[in-house]
Ligand binder design. Structure first.
Ligand code: ADP
Length: 227
């Protein structure tokens, strides 16, 4: 039994190591995310949030320390193993939706499932179910350009959850939206996370949104400190 979705131990990262411009961004980050737990990652711009989320999501590698996802230690794993783990166990959302413009909302959620070997019928049904949870099932056949910014971001949340990941990593997911839209889109994200029992690490500048998560950690001088 493993009740930890994500565990980071002593994670360090320096850009341009050994050169005069070396930047030690992470200096020993420790954290674990329990199953179903939602944690706010709070830090000023430039503190290293994106670096941390990319390392946790296997999009970048640490210089030291370990990253465990759903009980599997990814230290020294091959590129192939990292890619499969990322596809099957990690959902990512960014400030910008990055949806494919030539596909509908539903198709954007179906495609990652087909890539993971799910049949079309099941993938279609899951996409609709997710769109329904975030309240935009009637928009399923619209392309991204025909959706509002908040709707586009809701589709991006659904796509991140398409393959039933163990952990959702979000980098200021409502940072691009106006304050009123940001609140309702954040509500949709929380509903989705709670209904699917997902664990999530969500970077935000917004203290009111951070306060709605289970706990908050601050990235300060390369380390995570409980708030
Ligand atoms: P945040 O997401 O909190 O704004 P980042 O993780 O993007 O912070 O960046 C943290 C620091 O690392 C910044 O000083 C940034 O300039 C630096 N940095 C980020 N990526 C690189 C890179 N590829 N090469 C060199 N420095 C980088």
């Amino acid at each position: 039994m493993n009740d930890v979705s994500l565990r980071l131990t002593g994670v360090s990262k320096t850009y341009n190591a050994g050169s005069p411009g070396a930047v030690a961004v992470l200096r020993g980050v420790d954290m674990s995310l329990a199953k179903g737990e939602v944690v706010a990652l709070v830090a000023p711009s430039g503190a290293g949030k994106s670096t941390l989320l990319h390392i946790a999501g296997l999009l970048d590698t640490a210089d030291g320390g370990t990253v465990e996802i759903a009980g599997a230690d990814m230290t020294g794993a091959s590129d192939r193993k990292r890619t499969v783990m990322r596809r099957d166990k990690v959902g990512f959302v960014y400030q910008f939706h990055h949806l494919l413009p030539e596909f509908s909302a539903q198709e954007n959620i179906v495609l990652p499932q087909l890539a993971a070997g799910v049949s079309r019928g099941i993938a279609d049904a899951r996409a609709l179910e997710l769109l329904d949870i975030v309240g935009i099932a009637p928009r399923a056949h619209h392309r991204p350009a025909a959706l509002s910014g908040g709707e586009q971001q809701r589709v991006a949340f659904c796509r991140a959850l398409a393959n039933q990941p163990s952990v959702l990593l979000a980098d200021e997911p409502t940072g691009n939206l106006d304050p009123a839209t940001s609140d309702t889109v954040f509500d949709a994200l929380m509903t989705l996370v709670r209904e699917t029992g997902l664990s999530a690490l969500i970077a935000t500048h917004n203290m009111a949104l951070a306060a709605r998560m289970d706990r908050q950690v601050r990235l300060e001088q390369g380390m995570l400190i409980p708030m």
